[in-house]
Ligand binder design. Structure first.
Ligand code: PMV
Length: 313
């Protein structure tokens, strides 16, 4: 029996996380070294509507109908079903695997939603357009962290570097010259919902100070866009360092991430910052192709459980 499969990449946010939730611009790029994959096999012997889900990475093996209504996998499958206006699904088995670490700022949740929505629609014989796939992943995120900016589902569904402002059509970012990023995983899992809720509480307590920081972050994202488009990669390093300092002021960094950032800079990275929601998860460093291995080794020596070297074109 043939299987229907779909994949989606991870992502990193280069500039603007958190401030993007408050309407400032941000830049994100896909990371294809890590992927979520959804595979569907028809179950001709099972009654129509019987959908079995198997996600070994999170120890889940269950009937879709037995999952809570708001379960991300259920929302992704039913989102595709609804978009295609199909009243009853045929019986099938859905297997999800992913090499994207969970709750670590690499977009694992959105990647799983995108892969599932794509696989389900392909299995049903009508591949949904990328805007609809992205919208399904957005709704899943919304059910889980309330106020997602939409940057994760967009960069992952379109799999391209993007300049993103919440509520506006995103812009594809033309990268004027390729550059190398080292991604370092602190090994600390930190749910996005908690970091985002923490920022909201502190913003409510002192909105003037937080709005001023968000404005500065947005300014860095705009400058970074100009530098990236002009191929002025050297200019990005100081902007990343400045963005990390602002993220520290938003209280979303932590000693472990700060240590990895410092180690990367000491090993010759031109810039480094946390990436994603923070309080754990991943950081990124801008390195020359020649220094990338040494930067990755320094990040590991400073406590990273994993490093990825990726080239952004
Ligand atoms: O931790 P991640 O990869 O889910 O990134 C979240 C990015 C935030 O700006 C903190 C939240 C958002 O919705 O944009």
């Amino acid at each position: 029996m043939t299987a229907t499969a779909a994949c989606a990449p991870g992502k990193v946010i280069l500039f603007g996380e958190h401030a993007v939730v408050y309407g400032r611009p941000a830049i994100a790029v896909p990371v294809t070294h890590v992927q979520a994959k959804a595979v569907i096999l028809a179950s001709p012997a099972a009654p129509p509507g019987r959908v079995e889900v198997d996600a070994p990475g999170i120890g889940l093996k269950a009937a879709l109908a037995d999952l809570p209504r708001e379960h991300p996998l259920r929302l992704a499958v039913e989102g595709a079903q609804e978009a295609l206006q199909i009243r009853q699904l045929p019986a099938f088995r859905l297997r999800i695997t992913s090499t994207i670490p969970i709750a670590s700022g690499l977009g694992s949740g959105a990647a799983v939603s995108v892969a599932v929505a794509r696989a389900v629609s392909a299995f049903l014989g009508q591949e949904l357009p990328v805007e609809q796939i992205s919208a399904i992943a957005y709704r899943v995120d919304q059910a889980h962290h309330g106020t997602p900016s939409g940057i994760d589902n967009t960069v992952i569904a379109y799999a391209q570097p993007i300049f993103f402002v919440r509520g506006q059509p995103f812009e594809r970012l033309q990268v004027g010259a390729p550059f190398t990023l080292v991604i370092g995983d602190s090994g600390l899992r930190s749910p996005t919902v908690d970091a985002v809720a923490g920022v909201r509480l502190r913003w409510q307590a002192d909105s003037a100070a937080y709005e001023a920081i968000f404005d500065q972050v947005g300014g860095l994202a705009r400058e970074a866009r100009r530098a990236m488009e002009a191929g002025q990669i050297d200019a990005l390093g100081p902007l990343m360092i400045a963005n990390h300092a602002l993220l520290q002021r938003l209280e979303v960094s932590c000693p472990e991430l700060d240590r990895l950032v410092q180690a990367a800079l000491a090993a010759g990275a031109h810039g480094a910052k946390l990436s994603g929601a923070g309080r754990g998860g991943n950081m990124i460093a801008l390195a020359s192709p020649e220094s990338a291995e040494a930067v990755a080794a320094a990040i590991r020596a400073a406590g990273a459980v994993n490093t990825i070297i990726t080239r952004i074109e």
